[in-house]
Design a protein. Structure first.
Length: 119
């Protein structure tokens, strides 16, 4: 079973940068897609970025394109979400998640990390 532990959230001023990290444990990670999702109070959960573990192909949501990047370190079994030019609307709980390739839904979740952007 894949297990995920996020770290690196916190308070940052608008316009600032922050990186959140996800430590991944488990086997056969090449069979997974890793994602970063966020949920703000009163809003739907949103996929902001995803990466295939095997090829490193990425997806970035339009709402954060040009500001966020996703990467993974195979040797360290880490997934990162680097966030630049943060806005108050980026304030949310950010979750690291995993799904099997071909699956429509993420089925493994971390505990989440709070990111708060002050304006």
């Amino acid at each position: 079973q894949v297990q995920l532990v996020e770290s690196g959230g916190g308070l940052v001023q608008a316009g600032g940068s922050l990186r959140v990290s996800c430590a991944v444990s488990g086997d056969r990670l090449i069979n997974y897609v890793m994602g970063w999702l966020r949920q703000a109070p009163g809003k739907e959960r949103e996929v902001v970025a995803a990466i295939t573990w095997s090829e490193g192909r990425t997806y970035i949501a339009d709402s954060v394109k040009g500001r966020f990047t996703i990467s993974r370190d195979d040797a360290k079994k880490m997934v990162y979400l680097q966030m630049y030019s943060l806005k108050s609307e980026d304030t949310a709980v950010y979750y690291c998640a995993a799904k099997s390739r071909g699956a429509s839904e993420y089925h493994r979740w971390g505990q989440g990390t709070q990111v708060t952007v002050s304006s």
